[in-house]
Design a protein around this ligand. Structure first.
Ligand code: ZN
Length: 296
């Protein structure tokens, strides 16, 4: 099975998961998974990892997929997130993988950016610094743009439990890769239809203007939760959050709201960092939810 491309339908919309590659997040030796579950009690974390057949003593790095989505609605060719670009040798495969499906960058007319972290906007621009999708309008939440292009970002990032080079990366990539597309940028500040059948859904916490995306066609639903959960364990342990989360309390509230919506609507869910193809259903279990990946 290819771990790069996965096609499926939502109603009459033709959807494709297009991988940008994977990234190995290094973990401090004695604190495995600290980046993904920064506030988890250590012993409880060990138990949960073992339950998921992950060895807390052995796994020194956490390999995370970067899963973009493209939707052909019949009228629009939409792309959700642009991957990490040249962040690592293992990333930046988005354009190649789109082309392997017969999709050229010029064909994309909407690029929805769920938030401005490097793994979601790294492919906004090409190697010459120009917008990589020349005919597209890029769309993001206004609060996200305001945050990363103001001094608010510096203060917030300074308070994160990250190494210095990680903090610099967040700030530098956001500024550079947002300012480079501003002539093609549209901002939304309420839940609205971006193109017919594809809606912006407010989902703050991971970042201040983090946005989910709801895709709906002929009674079928797909909810792209982006980084509201970055590992299936976040569905079970709702209060655990990643080191990069700007507002952990809002992460938890957003996660609950999105998962409740997905369960109620029986929507297919796409999570950007979950195991390929990142698609599944959520089922309520105890205090939390359980991830049921689609069969591929
Ligand atoms: Zn991410």
């Amino acid at each position: 099975m290819s771990n790069e491309i996965f096609s499926f339908n939502v109603g009459t919309f033709e959807c494709t998961i297009v991988s940008d590659g994977t990234f190995a997040y290094p973990q401090p030796t004695r604190n495995v998974f600290i980046n993904f579950f920064v506030n988890a009690p250590k012993e409880r974390l060990r138990q949960v990892l073992r339950k998921h057949n992950l060895d807390p003593e052995q796994w020194k790095e956490n390999i995370s997929p970067y899963l973009c989505l493209t939707v052909d609605t019949g009228q629009h060719r939409v792309l959700v997130d642009t991957g990490a670009g040249s962040l690592a040798p293992t990333t930046g495969k988005l354009i190649h993988n789109l082309q392997s499906e017969g999709i050229e960058p010029e064909d994309v007319d909407k690029v929805i950016l769920t938030h401005a972290h490097p793994d979601h906007i790294g492919g906004n621009i090409d190697s010459g610094g120009k917008p990589a999708f020349p005919n597209a309008r890029y769309v993001m939440w206004k609060g996200e743009w305001d945050f990363w292009t103001s001094e608010k970002a510096e203060a917030a990032v300074a308070g994160l439990k990250l190494e210095e080079h990680g903090k610099e990366l967040l700030l530098n990539v956001a500024r550079h890769n947002l300012l480079s597309i501003q002539d093609q940028l549209d901002l939304v500040d309420h839940e609205t239809e971006i193109v017919p059948g594809i809606c912006a859904v407010t989902a703050p916490g991971h970042t201040p203007g983090h946005m989910a995306v709801a895709v709906s066609s002929s009674g079928e639903q797909l909810l792209c939760i982006s980084d509201a959960a970055i590992h299936p364990i976040h569905l079970e342990e709702l209060n655990w959050h990643a080191a990069v989360a700007v507002n952990p309390k809002k992460v938890v509230a957003t996660r609950r709201r999105l998962l409740e919506r997905a369960a109620t609507e029986k929507a297919l869910v796409l999570a950007f960092h979950f195991p390929f193809p990142g698609l599944g259903y959520v089922v309520q279990k105890g205090e939390g939810w359980q991830w049921q990946p689609v069969e591929t």
